[in-house]
Design a protein around this ligand. Structure first.
Ligand code: ADP
Ligand code: GLC
Length: 483
């Protein structure tokens, strides 16, 4: 069956990216298209998107006089293999800063309107406003979650709706005062609607309104129905558990291909692992590390509490004492950034730190470091461990969410059975994490075992095909009763 799917997201690689959501929203439509589906992707026309897709490469498909305080044109274009629909509404999106924050790092004060607009336009396209009637509207995260809410309050043709939770820590909760601005009937303010402990909950409303809810790994699907992992929404999610599935993310294996990646100095494959050495030398040079034979472990991450980076930053001296070098690219909480800077100042030849965001450096670390550290306190899926597996960079991860679902720990049995692909730490605290790093270092010293882990990781299926098929099955189950 050739379903028509409208994917709605606030960031989509390669046009605009702040994290894994963009990677998924950019790659899943391509994988669904390969399974024969017709997918269009709706996103805001931020300045960065306008640089990637100039206005004169687009066609206006419909116009609105007033979308939350100003006019809007909905444009369509083909770019990077995707069929995109763009909300060109300068009063909402044409401004400096990132998609969510100002240049000073503060939330845009009208984010509620900016993302209500995304949901509103999504719902309109869901009802055929662009001259194309989708069967499925697939909304990603809170920024798109009002799309099913708007649909549930409008008559006429309606696609089935799916909301995917990429991170329950971000829910889009706003004071009740914004409610009139959303232009929804007063009945939307209810326990089954937007009302969430006295405020307006975008994600909460979307989870109620959607025909199905998914999240990005089976383990995270289990974690979010518990009080510890549910971040206040576990009750609602338990109530929807017959409609909640965890589908693990894949990665775009064309963008992330060590045999052809234009961002890395030396190409290699599982049979030519020795060519990786040139990438390790390049990492040493780039991060100012003293050349050596010992392992380099890397961090490519938001530097936040979620990612366990506070704990890791506290272990720098111990790692150096162990003979481990560390290369970090990331940005986030100032205290954590400062702790890594200070560690670099104490050990300039052993700890290299780049604060910021760099797509090329992220590829270069995956291609040249020996291991990738991901000690997250929670991790809905995580993509960097999947890139690491594909690049022969052994992931050292905590036992949560998608990390637990995608890495096989090198315990004795797994090493003997030749199935290990990484190192798993049970608890995100200093002593266990240091033990895991030490275990990784010792495994690294056993070259045949380490290389076998690298090759196995590289042979692991981390592509989208299997998971895209699961989304297709989900869509089919929602559409089966359709006349
Ligand atoms: P999250 O979305 O929670 O940050 P994921 O692991 O799903 O975590 O995705 C993070 C994405 O962002 C990956 O593609 C990773 O390579 C990228 N990334 C994170 N930090 C940086 C950085 N400082 N520079 C470049 N890429 C980064
Ligand atoms: C979120 C999660 C991350 C996940 C990504 C893509 O940013 O924090 O774990 O991989 O979304 O689904």
């Amino acid at each position: 069956m050739r379903y028509k799917v409208l994917s709605v997201a606030s960031e989509v690689y390669p046009f605009i990216k702040t994290g894994g959501l963009a990677d998924v929203a950019g790659a899943l439509p391509l994988a669904l298209a390969e399974l024969g589906m017709e997918v269009k992707t709706l996103l805001p026309f931020y300045p960065e998107v306008a640089r990637a897709i100039p206005r004169d490469a687009t066609t206006v498909v419909f116009e609105m006089e007033d979308l939350f305080g100003g006019p809007a044109r909905i444009r369509s274009a083909k770019a990077a293999g995707l069929d995109v629909l763009l909300i060109d509404a300068p009063h909402l999106y044409d401004r400096p800063g990132g998609p969510y924050v100002t240049t000073a790092g503060q939330e845009h004060p009208d984010n509620w309107a900016r993302f209500a607009a995304l949901g509103r336009v999504g719902a309109m396209i869901g009802q055929g406003a662009s001259g194309w009637q989708p069967d499925i509207l697939h909304a990603h995260d809170w920024q798109a979650a009002l799309a099913p809410v708007y649909l549930s309050f409008s008559g006429g043709p309606r696609p089935k709706t799916v909301v995917t939770i990429h991170n329950l820590a971000f829910q889009g909760n706003y004071p009740r005062e914004i409610l009139p601005g959303l232009n929804l009937p007063s009945t939307a303010w209810s326990l089954e609607g937007l009302e969430y402990y006295g405020s307006v909950g975008f994600l909460k409303g979307g989870l109620h309104a959607a025909d199905a809810v998914t999240t990005v790994s089976p383990t995270y699907a289990e974690e979010i129905v518990t009080p510890e992992g549910g971040m206040g929404l576990d009750g609602l999610l338990r109530g929807r558990s017959n409609r909640l599935v965890g589908i693990v993310n894949g990665i775009d294996t064309a963008v992330w291909d060590p045999g052809a990646d234009p961002m890395i100095p030396a190409h290699y494959g599982a049979k030519t692992l020795k060519n990786r050495a040139a990438n390790k030398r390049a990492v040493e040079a780039e991060f100012g590390l003293a050349p050596g034979d010992g392992p380099i472990f890397a961090v490519v991450s938001r530097l936040t509490w979620q990612k366990g980076m506070d704990v890791l930053a506290g272990l720098c001296d111990d790692m150096v004492a162990m003979g481990v070098r560390l290369a970090v690219i990331g940005s986030g909480e100032p205290l954590i950034e400062g702790a890594f800077h200070a560690a670099h100042a104490r050990h300039p030849g052993e700890i290299g730190v780049r604060i910021g965001y760099s797509e090329p450096l992220s590829h270069q670390l995956q291609a040249g470091a020996d291991g990738l550290l991901i000690p997250s306190r929670f991790e809905p899926c995580g993509l960097t461990q999947l890139y690491a597996l594909r690049y022969g960079c052994v992931p050292i991860v905590s036992k949560v969410g998608g990390l637990a679902d995608t890495v096989i720990d090198a315990n004795y049995a797994a090493v003997v059975a030749k199935v290990a692909t990484g190192i798993i730490v049970d608890e995100v605290a200093s002593a266990p994490l240091l033990d895991a790093i030490d275990r990784a270092r010792r495994l690294y010293d056993d070259a045949p075992v380490w290389q076998a882990m690298q090759s196995r990781g590289m042979a692991t299926d981390v592509g989208w095909t299997a998971s895209a098929a699961r989304y297709k099955d989900l869509y089919a189950s929602l559409l089966k009763d359709r006349p």
